[in-house]
Design a protein around this ligand. Structure first.
Ligand code: NAP
Length: 484
């Protein structure tokens, strides 16, 4: 794998693969075994500034390209990804830990986002608006915003970039990318994908290194017109504040505290399948992962019994091994956070049903866990768990569960299982979440807008509005059109 042509250990600036100015670097490790995979540049403000200058210079010509040309580049990038899906997935598993099947799926959905935005590029329509004046016309045009900076997390190191690079290219913007330090290789692979597709130098620049220095330069540099960030709410707030200095456009995809609600009238087997997908995918480390299970009293025992059976059957191991369904957590700090939350919950009366220990495999492997008798005020129900731990709360009525589900500053994803159509619509209307799964545990698709309410974010990625985040709208009034 370390011979892969997609494994790059340098910044990409203006089409050149370069080291940091000081020649310093940092190690990247495989979370499944702690092995050092390699090292990437430890860059700071100076390298970031050059990457921004490169993107700014490339923008002059790139914005003049036709939508059709940009769509062709995006389709070529899509093809490069699918032609090398297995190799890119192996790289992803090696640095992130998720099972190969999930990594393979992540590369696939990333490619699907590119295809979606290749199509959207050609549908950036303006408007001719009926004028209130006889002698003036009203035109509305859309233009690329300019240089876009993208900062991404470690949990989806490839597809989170697809959602940013895709619309940026489609709109005619150029980019500077800063990936998470724990998973830089899947992002650097985007540079190779772009090269293979023949994208002009400078359209995508990638810089690895110090988050605060790179982020500081990105947010203070007036040449960056937009910041698109995916990560924690805490860091998102810092970046919003920093971006306020020069009033940058910002898109924020932040943390969540997803409720998963199962009513007495639900199809319980379907709910258990959805619960496994919505909780244990990526070992519980996704922003849309269930954080709180709310199970109605009439089916509580039945659900817990079936769910426990399914959870204990999950195969834990190195993501490269056949049949593994749950890999390691990203690092030992993630394990410690889970231990803290579980200790707090147990000391306040929660009951461990299964799991609750570090896995026998050692390192950052953790047993798939279920804890019941959870109360809404416990830390485990208020903070993002970001691990393979299900926290279960019993409820009695619809109004009660709506109130508990909405009692959080987050508003990203929620799930609800019921066979009652009226209830399904009532729940959809009343749950304050940007993404709602009714009888479905996995709902992400490029065709739909992905984004959170409340402190889970600003703006959305994908869907028919996704490209708007990368466009400026301009109204022009054409006067002097008196009729003779
Ligand atoms: P994080 O700690 O917020 O880091 C995300 C990115 O921000 C990383 O590249 C990180 O760089 C960088 N960063 C950290 N501090 C920064 C600063 N001061 N200035 C500029 N950049 C900075 O989040 P994470 O732990 O990687 O990811 C997990 C979080 O992401 C969870 O909260 C999850 O819910 C959220 N998430 C949300 C979505 C969504 O679509 N809403 C999707 C996926 C994940 P370093 O790695 O170098 O520190």
């Amino acid at each position: 794998m370390t011979n892969s042509e997609f494994l790059k250990q340098a910044n990409l600036i203006n089409g050149d693969w370069v080291q940091s100015d000081a020649g310093s670097s940092f190690d990247v490790t495989n979370p499944a075994n702690g092995d050092v995979i390699g090292n990437v540049p430890k860059s700071g403000a100076a390298e970031t500034r050059r990457a921004i200058e490169s993107a700014e210079a490339a923008f002059i010509e790139f914005r003049q390209t036709t939508a059709n040309q940009r769509a062709v580049w995006l389709r070529k990038m899509h093809d490069v990804m699918l032609d090398n899906q297995d190799e890119l997935a192996k790289l992803l598993t090696m640095e992130q830990g998720k099972p190969h099947a999930e990594a393979f799926g992540e590369i696939g959905i990333g490619a699907a986002y590119l295809l979606w935005f290749a199509e959207e590029a050609r549908r950036v329509y303006g408007e001719i608006v009926p004028s209130p004046w006889k002698d003036k016309k009203i035109l509305v045009n859309k233009y690329p915003v300019g240089v876009v900076a993208a900062i991404t997390p470690w949990n989806f190191p490839s597809s989170m970039l697809a959602r940013k690079i895709g619309p940026a290219i489609a709109a005619g913007c150029t980019s500077v990318v800063k990936p998470a330090s724990q998973t830089p290789y899947s992002a650097l692979a985007w540079g190779v994908i772009a090269e293979k597709a023949g994208l002009p130098a400078g359209v995508i620049n990638i810089v690895t290194g110090s988050a605060s220095e790179i982020g500081g330069e990105i947010t203070s540099n007036p040449s960056v017109k937009k910041l698109t960030f995916t990560g924690s709410t805490a860091v998102g707030k810092v970046l919003i504040k920093q971006s306020a200095e020069n009033v940058k456009k910002v898109s924020m995809e932040l943390g969540g505290n997803a409720p998963f609600i199962v009513f007495d009238d639900a199809d319980i087997d379907r709910a258990v399948t959805g619960a496994i997908a919505a909780k244990y995918r990526n070992s519980g480390q996704t922003c849309v992962c269930t954080n709180r299970f709310f199970i109605q009293s009439g089916v509580y025992d039945q659900f817990i019994e079936k769910f426990t059976k399914a959870v204990t059957a999950l195969k834990v191991g190195n993501g490269v091994d056949d049949g593994v369904q749950q890999g390691p957590l990203i690092d030992i700090h993630a394990v410690e956070k889970i231990e803290e939350l579980l200790a707090d919950a147990k000391s306040s009366g929660a009951t461990l049903v299964t799991g609750g220990n570090r896995h026998a495999l050692g390192g950052s492997f953790y047993e798939p866990t279920i804890v019941t008798d959870v109360q809404s005020e416990m830390r485990i129900a208020r903070e993002e768990i970001f691990g393979p731990v299900s926290a279960v709360i019993k409820f009695q009525s619809e109004p009660e569960v709506i109130s508990m589900a909405n009692d959080t500053e987050y508003g990203l994803a929620c799930y609800c299982y019921t066979k009652d159509l009226g209830r399904a619509f009532r729940m959809t209307e009343q749950l304050q979440y940007g993404l709602v799964g009714i009888n479905e545990g996995i709902i992400t698709t490029p065709e739909a807008p992905f984004g959170g309410m409340k402190e889970s974010g600003l703006g959305s990625e994908g869907g028919s509005n996704g490209i708007d985040e990368y466009l400026n709208t301009q109204y022009s009034c054409i006067g002097g059109l008196e009729r003779s």
